[in-house]
Write a protein that binds this ligand. Structure first.
Ligand SMILES: Cc1cc2nc3c(=O)[nH]c(=O)nc-3n(C[C@H](O)[C@H](O)[C@H](O)COP(=O)(O)OP(=O)(O)OC[C@H]3O[C@@H](n4cnc5c(N)ncnc54)[C@H](O)[C@@H]3O)c2cc1C
Length: 536
């Protein structure tokens, strides 16, 4: 029996009832991991939103299971990271097998001194439930379940007028006029369709079986990936641990496989027994056959309608880049939208969501496509080359770099963003402008971590003797920038390549806007304005 009881969040009619028209500042369509993260982030910025979802529960079956360090850091900022970590299964080691032989192993986070691990595995339904519970505790978020957005008025999507959404409920339709709409309605996005937008990219001709099974097993908590295992000839296989003694097994079936037949227990169980052994006792928790695409919208921003998560881009599950990159979309957008709505930044700041996150999507699509090409080589020559690389990987590190069973999700560095101030000073280490800030322990207590000291707005990390004068903030920015003073020696200083007087200006999403060794107050002021798109 599965341990998870699917909740029913219940339906409530819109305040004005069916047939009414009401207005809101931000409507979020879709309460998956991405829409919920965006709602929590906006609330943290003091912006109210209405979140509409056509269902009234969490994702059925776990699609996503692997959540990366950066996503956990973002969720910690939103108040749910520790809860995810406590329930999740922590891992950082991966092993790659070819046939029956292990070829090599890799460690995704070999150093200590980080609050969050390289990865946790957690069923998507738990992740969504924790996000919903956090959102329910937020007075600025109004959750509306069983509210399906059926239409969006296209001619209003790019003008100055509010966007008109037609929302269907069990009792009838109503109209919601929103200043901004965040389309977080997933891979089959109604909003994308209604606006006549299409994806560009590749659809892959392969099918995979997912079986989440409940069993007591002695496998270590590691990611195991097989190419051509003896128990599943010709395909790949993946094994991953999840909480509640649930294990994810993912088997490549090939394009010819009949999806209806392959999801039947009489086909699934013999495949699993071949892998786990005849005597292993297990129960099927969830079975699914999936195919995938690596593609994205050409533009993520369409006037006042902004696409985030799977509605904007899709990748293969190898590399765990779907939900992880979607949460990073929310992280990138929420502070920008909040600044624009508060008249603290020009509209052009929202265009940088498009440029920064579409570059991130391209990076994810490239990695995901390469993994897919390696896992499913096209033709005999490509397969022979692939197998030769796998043979060599046992002994030669150079060949390991060519093996690709899914390069696991890492946050993007926004290299070409106009929001960053290029380095004037030389740094021997540390995240460059555009990169996410790096965490480090900064105090005696277990809970004292650098990223936790950052404010909800901009943060200046100022390295120097505790008692010495730090960099001087311009008077106008004293309420806008949180100053975190850190010693110029120790792990944090080493990770940032800092000397006494060094400073990093972090954006609200904790990406580096600028860094210097001895900034003047004018340096800080100019970098702040640039990070808000006031200057280029
Ligand atoms: C087999 C598999 C394994 C995966 N593994 C991983 C992994 O390990 N790590 C990872 O990061 N990603 C993984 N992913 C991808 C991940 O599941 C998705 O990227 C993620 O769910 C996207 O989140 P989202 O919020 O954008 O969309 P969704 O989770 O699809 O949520 C969309 C929401 O919108 C609602 N909705 C849809 N239409 C409407 C409408 N018209 N009106 C109102 N509401 C609407 C839906 O009810 C739903 O709640 C995996 C995917 C698959 C298929």
């Amino acid at each position: 029996m599965a341990d998870f009881a699917y909740p029913s969040f219940g339906y409530r009619p819109p305040p004005g009832g069916p047939g009414s028209t009401e207005a809101c500042r931000v409507a979020i369509v879709g309460g998956g991991p991405v829409g919920l993260s965006a709602a929590l982030d906006l609330a943290r910025q003091g912006i109210a939103c209405v979140l509409l979802d056509e269902e009234d529960s969490v994702s059925v079956g776990s699609r996503a299971i692997c959540y990366a360090k950066r996503t956990l850091e973002i969720w910690d900022r939103l108040g749910v990271g520790v809860r995810m970590l406590a329930k999740g299964v922590t891992w950082q080691l991966g092993k790659v097998f070819h046939g029956g032989e292990q070829r090599y192993s890799f460690d995704l986070l070999p150093e200590s001194g980080h609050q969050f691990p390289a990865f946790i595995n957690l069923q998507q339904y738990y992740a969504e439930l924790y996000l919903v519970e956090a959102a329910r505790a937020q007075p600025l978020i109004e959750l509306r379940w069983k509210h399906r957005v059926a239409d969006i008025t296209p001619e209003h999507a790019s003008g100055n007028d509010p966007v008109r959404l037609t929302v269907e409920t069990p009792e009838g339709e109503y109209t919601l006029l929103a200043d901004y709409v965040l389309a977080a309605d997933g891979a089959r996005s109604t909003l994308r369709r209604r606006l006549g937008l299409d994806f560009k990219g590749q659809v892959f001709e392969d099918r995979f079986l997912i079986a989440d099974v409940k069993m007591k097993a002695n496998f270590p908590v590691e990611r195991w990936f097989w190419f051509d295992p003896p128990f599943h000839g010709g395909g790949s296989a993946l094994l991953h641990s999840q909480p509640d003694d649930v294990w994810r097994i993912d088997l490549q079936l090939g394009w010819q496989a009949d999806p209806e037949a392959e999801r039947q227990p009489e086909r699934v169980i013999p495949r699993l027994k071949a892998m786990l052994g005849e005597s292993t006792q297990f129960e099927l928790e969830w079975v699914s056959i999936y195919t995938f695409q690596c593609r994205r919208l050409e533009r993520f921003r369409h006037g006042r309608v902004i696409f985030i998560g799977d509605s904007a881009h899709q990748v293969s599950p190898f590399g765990a880049r779907g939900a992880n990159s979607g949460v990073q979309d929310a992280d990138n957008l929420a502070w920008k939208l909040a600044h624009v709505l508060r008249d603290e930044a020009p509209d052009a700041l929202l265009d940088t969501y498009d440029s920064e996150r579409s570059a991130a999507a391209d990076e994810n699509i490239l990695n995901s496509t390469r993994s897919t090409d390696f896992i499913s080589p096209k033709g005999a020559t490509a397969k022979a080359m692939r197998d030769a690389v796998l043979e060599l990987a046992a002994d030669y590190p150079f060949a390991r770099r060519l093996v690709n069973s899914g390069r696991l999700s890492l946050p993007s560095t926004y290299r070409d963003t106009p929001l960053s101030t290029p380095d004037r000073d030389a740094f021997s280490a540390g995240p460059p402008p555009g990169a996410p800030a790096v965490d480090a322990p900064v105090g005696a207590g277990d809970a004292d971590w650098l990223l936790r000291r950052c404010g909800s707005g901009f943060t200046l990390l100022a390295f120097g003797p505790e008692s010495g004068p730090g960099p001087e903030l311009p008077a106008a920015l004293r309420q806008r920038i949180t100053v975190v003073t850190l010693p110029a020696t120790g792990l944090a200083a080493r990770r940032y390549g800092a000397a006494p007087g060094s400073a990093y200006l972090l954006r609200p999403d904790q990406h580096v806007a600028a860094r210097w060794h001895r900034p003047s107050s004018q340096d800080i002021s100019m970098a702040y304005k640039r990070a808000l798109a006031w200057t280029a």
